[in-house]
Design a protein around this ligand. Structure first.
Ligand code: GDP
Ligand code: IMO
Ligand code: MG
Length: 429
């Protein structure tokens, strides 16, 4: 398998960025295929910390980095992120960076609508990142989006702006907001157009060409399977498909391009935003996981909710996303716990379940069934080989592997790029 598709197997923030960065120097191209700047991927290389939201993590190693058509692109956010990274010494140019010209844009009123809806939703609030992701995807499937290629033809945009304003002005009126200012929108688009167009191209063509030449492609997913709009904890999800198959449709390559599916999996569980979380710990242990794991959102700075590892959820994510092997991350965060718990099933109204039910009320009502194992007092932080791990940590890894019915390919033991244990190379398997 020449290609690798990295996805999150939980609710995001599993450490995808770190693993993509670690793999990137062996890839010829790194491709983002869904989501937008709701993602927050943190890379630590020596004393440098890079925080990426929209740029593929491959940009830091100088690997060809591509934003595929499945992404929703906020061009102003992209420009700010590029400036930030360039100030950190990262080289970004039209040689090593490309944007799909059929990528839909996130516009300022998408962000407004995201916030207005959340404010109005009361208890039904999703807890979005407020980046306009949902409204932008809605406009894409509603056939109202303005896309990257439209920036080269601003004089032809009026009929599309009519379609957009017909929809949005009605919504805005309902929220007591003025109609979209068309002149302002056109002026904003005109101002940003040249910046975006410098990198715009039919990336499907470029990717098919590099693929035929035998290149290795690394697909970088954002969010996680439990935030997938079909398979996740609906409605508390994001507005894209986060499963591995999206790598094909979101980049312009067929399904056989997906290759080895590497499911990034945290050794415990976290979630930002609202929605069910069966193993959530509202106690000292949850607090300790959050502190040891520095569990604060990269994008919004929100405190992440924390809990024990949920093997039922990860088994399900691996199944629906066809995961070939997982990378188990943040194992070091579990160092020093006397006892560690793993959720192996649920109890729902007197019945035992071995899967996560679809209905939100059932998802909220399931009670986890735990298995408890002894922890380890030694440190795993910074370990780069299996031999450096304490016996109990190996036992934990093996039990996780058994319960999720998926082999472990990598183990990560610190934020630092090189603190990674390779068990099975996703690029050569
Ligand atoms: P992503 O969204 O999946 O890329 O993950 P984030 O970057 O949002 O969150 C993961 C956080 O954990 C980041 O701050 C990483 O630097 C950090 N991290 C990644 N792997 C490890 C690990 O193995 N151990 C520890 N302690 N931190 C890690
Ligand atoms: P990475 O790529 C964690 C969550 C939000 C909210 C829900 C919907 O860093 O793993 P949205 O703004 O997408 O409409 O919000 O999804 N969410 C994430 N949680 N990591 C992410 O990305 C996320 N991207 C979105 O908190 O619950
Ligand atoms: Mg993140």
């Amino acid at each position: 398998m020449a290609n690798v598709t990295v996805i999150g197997s939980q609710w995001g923030d599993e450490g995808k960025g770190k693993i993509v960065d670690w793999l990137a120097n062996r890839a010829d191209a790194v491709v983002r295929f869904q989501g937008g700047h709701n993602a927050g991927h943190t890379l630590v290389v020596g004393d440098q910390v890079y925080k990426l939201s929209l740029l593929p993590s491959g940009i830091v190693t100088g690997t060809l980095s591509i934003i595929g058509n499945g992404v929703v692109l906020d061009p102003w956010a992209l420009r700010a992120e590029m400036e930030k990274l360039r100030a950190q010494g990262v080289e970004i140019n039209a040689e090593n960076f490309a944007i799909a010209d059929n990528c839909p844009l996130i516009l300022p009123f998408h962000r407004d609508l995201d916030a207005l809806r959340e404010q109005a939703a009361g208890a039904g609030k999703i807890g979005t990142t407020g980046r306009g992701i949902g409204p932008a995807y809605e406009d894409k499937v509603g056939r109202r989006a303005i896309r990257v290629c439209d920036l080269a033809h601003l004089d032809l945009l009026d009929p599309q702006i009519d379609r957009l304003t017909a929809h949005h002005d009605a919504l805005r009126a309902g929220f007591g907001q003025p109609p979209i200012d068309r002149d302002r929108l056109k002026a904003d688009l005109a101002e940003i157009a040249d910046f975006v167009l410098e990198y715009a191209q039919p990336v499907w063509k470029r990717l098919n060409k590099v693929r035929k030449a035998g290149a290795r492609i690394l697909f970088e997913g954002a969010q996680g399977v439990l935030l997938d709009v079909d398979h996740g904890t609906y409605p508390f999800v994001t507005s894209s498909n986060t499963v591995s198959g999206t790598a094909a449709s979101g980049s312009g390559l067929g399904p056989s391009a997906v290759g080895f599916v590497l499911g990034i999996t945290k050794a415990y569980t976290t979630r930002v935003g609202s929605g069910p979380f069966p193993t959530e710990l509202d106690d000292e242990t949850g607090q300790r996981l959050g502190e040891r794991g520095h569990e604060f959102g990269t994008v919004t700075g929100r405190k992440r909710r924390c809990g024990w590892f949920d093997a039922v959820l990860v088994r399900q994510s691996c199944a629906v996303s066809g995961v070939t092997g997982i990378a188990l991350t943040k194992l070091d965060v579990l160092d020093g716990f006397d006892k560690i718990r793993i959720c192996t099933g649920y109890r729902l109204r007197g019945k035992v379940l071995d899967y996560f039910p679809s209905h939100a009320a059932d998802q909220a009502a399931v009670e986890p069934i735990y298995e408890e194992i002894d922890g380890w007092q030694e440190t795993t932080a910074g370990a780069r080989s299996y031999a450096e791990l304490p016996a109990q940590a190996i036992k934990y890894i093996q039990r996780v592997q058994e319960l999720i019915e998926t082999p472990i390919a990598l183990v990560s033991t610190s934020p630092e790029r090189e603190d990674t244990i390779l068990i099975r190379d996703p690029f050569t398997d």
